[in-house]
Design a protein around this ligand. Structure first.
Ligand SMILES: Cc1ncc(COP(=O)(O)O)c(C=O)c1O
Length: 467
């Protein structure tokens, strides 16, 4: 970025004009900060003024499919490419439709607080994880043999495991130190040293529903001068907002519950301003979300399609209602499964029998809800897993007999979906790693959709009774 002294009066004129736009956006951001969650989800930063001043009065956020933006003259072009005025330039860098999505998510993830945050939408959840972590893995001394490590929960999505274990550790020699018991603070602490760059955890994890105490782990991370990065895909901001509990960066696969429709692949990074890091880069520390978008994201290129952004914008308008409905159905189904003789074990955070239920109760709450005593209502999302009481073959039989619930590796859908993680999402990480992550071949992962739970129960019952 060039300093303003080097810019011509023509370019400076555009920078001056842009101050008004920046101020208007700031004012609208501040206005929306005071709105309730559903209002933010519905409106985001797409104001009435934005609609009639800039978008021909379009009530719903418009879809900008154009890959690039044109400029009035060379001065405006120069100001835009120097990142000195609000501009989008080229969809790999930014795009108006994607901007509305990013701003909405930043507002939702910091809801109910005066935290400031910025966001960067990406082509997939995995590219969000890649981009949120990669900037911390640079060689600080630029020496070839510099040692670098990061600490992560072993209970995580299979793709994340492969990224960390194969691509980072085996191919690049960046050590991943796996946390086996994420609730054990001592284990976290023992694994951190002066070469640690960040702590990473999935909350809750897919498929085992592993969780950890975000507040405690964030405190520990900060004591050691590193950030805590949380994948909160399964919870969505309707149930959990890790930044509010002290995390520095949140990543999501938008592919999942955020867009229950199942039409898109996408991801997003949301970072609080002024993250904690031991990387010497003030711009990155002060505004990670914006910095990552302007620089590494631009250079690696995993941009979201604007079409996928508009689907996501549309879906998140009803996020809270959907997560409430999915969670209530899931609770009913989990209780049914728990009492079924052909089921050996059910893992659902909402069940009092779950060993982590107490900790889950602390974190998973439906935003803007109230029970009869004025307390927030716990909701635990729509992911669960259960182990069939039988062999791996019996498990496949139960699975193959499902008639309403779809067989797929997906989750977070409006349609209920089941998979056997050991032969699908977690197949490639091998038996040893599956054992460590507690994924036996009898486990069926179920993600409950919007169907009537009684119909789902009937389907599960007949499938279980086939063995
Ligand atoms: C918790 C979690 N994070 C990240 C991802 C990766 O997301 P995507 O498939 O959008 O790349 C997944 C995919 O299943 C996931 O379950």
């Amino acid at each position: 970025m060039s300093s303003n002294q080097e810019l011509s009066p023509g370019v400076m004129k555009y920078i001056k004009e842009a101050e008004k736009i920046i101020q208007e956006r700031k004012e609208y951001w501040n206005r929306m900060k005071k709105a309730k969650f559903d209002t933010i989800a519905v409106h985001g930063l797409y104001s009435i003024e934005e609609a009639y001043n800039k978008n021909q009065g379009s009530v719903i956020e418009p879809l900008y499919l154009s890959s690039s933006q044109c400029f009035k003259d060379s001065d405006e072009l120069e100001a835009a490419l120097a990142y000195k005025i609000p501009a989008w330039i080229y969809t790999r860098i930014a795009n108006p439709t994607i901007y509305y999505l990013e701003q909405t998510f930043a507002l939702l993830e910091t809801y109910g607080t005066d935290l400031e945050a910025s966001a960067c939408a990406t082509a997939s959840g995995l590219s969000a994880i890649f981009l949120a972590t990669e900037p911390f893995l640079i060689k600080r001394t630029r020496k070839i043999d510099e040692k670098i490590n990061f600490v992560a929960t072993i209970q995580c999505y299979g793709g994340t495991y492969q990224l960390f274990n194969l691509r980072r550790m085996e191919e690049r020699g960046i050590e991943v130190r796996w946390i086996k018991d994420a609730t054990d603070l001592n284990e976290w602490e023992e694994k951190i040293d002066e070469n640690t760059r960040f702590l990473y955890g999935e909350m809750p994890s897919n498929p085992q529903l592993g969780i950890f105490d975000i507040e405690e782990v964030a405190k520990l991370a900060h004591e050691h001068g590193v950030p805590l990065i949380v994948d909160s895909t399964i919870a969505t901001p309707a149930l959990l907002r890790p930044l509010v509990h002290g995390a520095d960066i949140v990543v999501h696969s938008l592919t999942k519950s955020a867009t229950a429709s199942g039409y898109i692949i996408g991801g997003i990074i949301v970072a609080r301003k002024n993250i904690v890091t031991n990387i010497d880069n003030d711009e990155m520390r002060e505004n990670f979300g914006e910095w990552v978008k302007l620089w590494p994201f631009r250079d690696y290129g995993p941009c979201l399609s604007p079409l996928n952004a508009i689907f996501t914008i549309s879906e998140i308008k009803t996020l809270r209602i959907k997560m409430d409905h999915f969670s209530r159905s899931s609770m009913k189904i989990a209780q049914f499964l728990e009492s079924h003789p052909k089921v050996e074990r059910v893992d659902y955070l909402g069940l009092p029998s779950h060993p982590l239920h107490k900790l889950a109760k602390k974190y998973f709450k439906l935003v803007d809800s109230e029970d009869e005593n004025g307390n927030p209502v716990n909701r635990y999302g729509h992911l669960m897993s259960f182990n069939v009481a039988g062999s791996a073959e019996d498990t496949r039989k139960v699975y193959d007999n499902l008639k309403l619930i779809f067989r797929a590796t997906d989750l977070g859908r409006i349609k209920s979906i089941a998979t056997i993680p050991a032969i699908s999402t977690h197949q490639q990480q091998g038996e040893e790693a599956r054992k460590e992550a507690n994924i036996p071949p009898q486990m069926i992962r179920l993600c409950v959709g919007g169907e009537d739970p009684d119909d789902l129960i009937k389907d599960l019952d007949q499938a279980l009774n086939s063995i």
